[in-house]
Design a protein around this ligand. Structure first.
Ligand code: ADP
Ligand code: MG
Length: 722
């Protein structure tokens, strides 16, 4: 049962408990000398580097604080390319030389840099095991935190992780680089075109996390859930989500008490969890925080996923973060709400009140439209994880075609910017420093009040974009790196174009001309209609937009010439680093699908077919037992129902067994394919269709067999019993 909930549940305590397990500004103010506090505060605000003397003081303050919180150990907590969080713990203890006295120590050097043996982390070929040294480097902009277990606590220090030759082996390093780049491009744009000067611009992220909670008993009886996080077979229950009675429904008390415990844990860690509700599918839920700076939001989301899983177990539940644990009901996503904010808190995607603010808004919007159009392949690749294939490739939100939803008001404004011939004349007459877009009735921009389009993978929602294609189990860093990188490149392009045009034209004219051209050229990416239907697929095809349904297709172009240039020009990923990411993603895909295929094959062989035989025997024996009556009495009805049931059974088991043999053969064949890209395509095009066929026969048998013989908990139990 949950620990210390009674003590925590008091709302009065919320303000004092909030952030209390985090070595953030509050804790620093209390534990550091004031000059040191000022310095570290500046470092946290601007991301500049830290001198060793200050690092020693911070390390000492952090250690004293952590020990008071019960921590015996510290760990450099990092995000390797496998999409999970990683940590190696060291205790604070050291022995005083020549003496047996135990000391508790932690130096600035230990804080700033760690050296875990990194040989088992995926590197996509960057390192061989014999030169596997890797370094972790403190990310001072994301606060250290305490993780508590029953028998002690650990100080977790968010770090970046790189090889000894300096290549990024993690998600954090390029995330920080991309944040820096998008900040620099935004600052340059704001100061040169709008005379607005700020110290820094931050990408902000508000991450809505969807997940399933199911009873642990059911989980433990399903090898597919244990092995792969999703059900590989399972007939549709009579009732799924069609009544729409789960979405926003009253929350079940066992579920809410689990989520409450998660919230208290996360509040202590300074994650501003704000919203919780039932999601569309039965057994599906969502929690969402108030947005934060991207690297902090990303770290918090990684911790949240761990805390969700760990807390669920305490409540005899299991949290499924997989994108599609159950066929036939909605899968889970992770909406990434993204924007850009200045250090003074100005949201650059907030439509403005004055002509100049609106021009700024339109410039950033146009940069994003251009970026998403040119680099739709990258955005698609950034969400290409195996589980997400069941959402993006299938008939579910959102489709695999990347497009932008703007809403009708904004769309109208964009159209008039593209079409209104008068606009250029109008702006020409205005002063150069009072930039505006000469569209009649344009400023001030009202917040869009139209209904939101839930089918778009990338939707503008009033003052931010919502990237909805991200999978629920994914680390958000990679999608965010892509967004930051492509938007930074577009801001640079537009700024340079305007500057070039300004050599011949007034600033206003140049601005309008460039924006108009950009919008004209990239308007094909804007789509405000229903993203599910065939109509959109056809239209997208006509517009030349890609529909990359499978993961291998989506990953293929990650390191195309265009993308290598984009990342190396901006310094966010070298071509080696980009190639390595692609290899790791292929590897993850191949391993996941292979595990699923093997798991399915084994379940069918050892659980389903034996159960079918038992049931068959039962039916056959029952049939035999009445045959004497049928044969001896002329008027006795023929046991047609039993006969046809038995026929169906025998036939279906034959089909199942054949398909399962084919599956086994394909698994064996895949062992001989050594190139990851070729293997991924083989798994996607050959193995997955066979798995689907196996499932079809198994699900049919499940729906006709005596319930008492079926060896697995069924959807109706798993989804509805709690
Ligand atoms: P929904 O999309 O379900 O209607 P909300 O509109 O309440 O939900 O917001 C979803 C998320 O968007 C929240 O996490 C919120 O903090 C986040 N969000 C709001 N403004 C911004 C912003 N400027 N940048 C990033 N995220 C934001
Ligand atoms: Mg949302």
């Amino acid at each position: 049962m949950p620990i210390s909930m009674t003590e925590q549940c008091d709302a009065d305590k919320l303000t004092s408990i909030y952030d209390s397990d985090t070595y953030g500004l509050n804790a620093m103010r209390e534990t550091l000398p004031s000059h040191c506090y000022k310095k570290i505060k500046e470092v946290m605000a601007t991301g500049q580097s830290l001198d060793p003397e200050i690092a020693d003081m911070v390390a000492n303050g952090m250690k004293e604080w952590a020990i008071k919180k019960g921590a015996t150990h510290y760990t450099h907590w990092f995000l390797p390319l496998n999409g999970l969080a990683a940590e190696k713990h060291d205790s604070f203890i050291s022995i005083f030389p020549g003496d047996d006295r135990l000391l508790l120590e932690f130096s600035g050097m230990q804080l700033i840099k760690g050296e875990p043996d990194a040989s088992s982390f995926p590197s996509g070929g960057i390192r061989s095991t014999w030169e596997a040294r890797g370094y972790t480097v403190w990310d001072a902009t994301s606060p250290a935190f305490i993780r508590r277990e029953k028998n002690g606590a650990t100080l977790c220090i968010p770090t970046a992780f790189c090889s000894w030759t300096g290549e990024a082996l993690d998600q954090k390093t390029p995330l920080l680089r991309s944040m820096e780049t998008v900040s620099n491009e935004s600052l340059a744009t704001l100061s040169s075109l709008f005379q607005e000067n700020y110290k820094k611009v931050f990408p902000t992220l508000g991450i809505e996390q969807e997940f399933f909670l199911i009873d642990r008993q059911f989980y433990l009886s399903r090898p597919d859930l244990i092995n792969s996080g999703r059900t590989l077979i399972g007939a549709k229950p009579p009732k799924g989500q069609e009544m729409e009675d789960h979405y926003f429904g009253t929350m079940n008390s066992r579920i809410i008490s689990c989520i409450q415990e998660v919230e208290w844990s996360m509040w202590k860690l300074g994650m501003p969890l704000k919203t919780r509700h039932n999601e569309v599918a039965p057994g599906q839920y969502e929690v969402a925080p108030i947005f934060e700076r991207a690297n902090v939001a990303s770290d918090h989301n990684m911790v949240l996923m761990e805390v969700l899983k760990a807390t669920a177990i305490k409540h005899d539940l299991v949290c499924l973060l997989h994108e599609k644990p159950f066929a036939g009901v909605n899968g889970s996503g992770k909406h990434n709400n993204w924007s850009l904010a200045t250090d003074s808190g100005v949201n650059l995607l907030e439509p403005g009140k004055t002509p100049s603010q609106n021009a700024r808004f339109i410039l950033f919007l146009s940069a994003i439209i251009r970026a998403v159009d040119i680099h739709a392949d990258l955005l698609r690749a950034s969400v290409a994880v195996p589980g997400n294939e069941h959402r993006l490739g299938a008939n579910e939100a959102p489709p695999a075609i990347i497009s932008i939803y703007l809403g009708s008001q904004l769309d109208e404004i964009i159209r008039s910017l593209i079409n209104d011939e008068k606009s250029q004349d109008l702006t020409q007459s205005q002063g150069d420093n009072n930039m505006s877009l000469g569209v009649k009735g344009f400023p001030p921009l009202p917040r869009d009040s139209t209904d939101r389009n839930r089918t778009s993978p990338f939707a503008f929602t009033g003052n931010k974009f919502e990237f909805r294609a991200v999978g629920s189990s994914q680390a958000v860093a990679f999608p965010c790196i892509i967004l930051n990188t492509v938007v930074a490149e577009s801001l640079k392009f537009i700024r340079e174009e305007i500057n070039r045009e300004m050599k011949q034209h007034s600033k206003n004219y140049a601005f309008n001309l460039v924006i108009k051209n950009v919008l004209k050229q990239h308007q094909r990416i804007i789509f405000n209609g229903d993203g599910y239907g065939q109509e959109w697929k056809d239209m997208a095809h006509e517009r030349g937009l890609q529909n990359l349904r499978s993961t291998p297709e989506a990953l293929a172009n990650l390191n195309s010439e265009k993308n290598v240039k984009l990342f190396s020009d901006s310094g966010i990923l070298s071509s080696v680093e980009l190639n390595c990411r692609q290899m790791v993603l292929y590897e993850i895909y191949c391993k996941s699908i292979t595990i699923e295929a093997k798991s399915l094959n084994e379940m069918i062989t050892t659980l389903i077919i034996p159960a079918c035989f038992k049931h068959q025997k039962n039916v056959a024996e029952s049939l035999n037992s009445i045959m004497p009556f049928v044969q001896s009495q002329k008027s006795f009805p023929q046991p047609l129902a039993q006969i046809s049931h038995l026929q169906d059974l025998v036939e279906s088991v034959n089909h199942l067994s054949d398909a399962n043999s084919k599956l086994l053969a394909s698994i064996k064949h895949s062992k001989d394919v050594h190139d990851e890209k070729v293997l991924a395509t083989y798994l996607s095009q050959t193995v997955i269709p066979i798995m689907n066929e196996v499932r079809k026969h198994s699900d049919h048998l499940e729906s006709i067999m005596d319930d008492s013989y079926w060896p697995l908990p069924k959807y109706s139990e798993i989804l509805f019993m709690r």
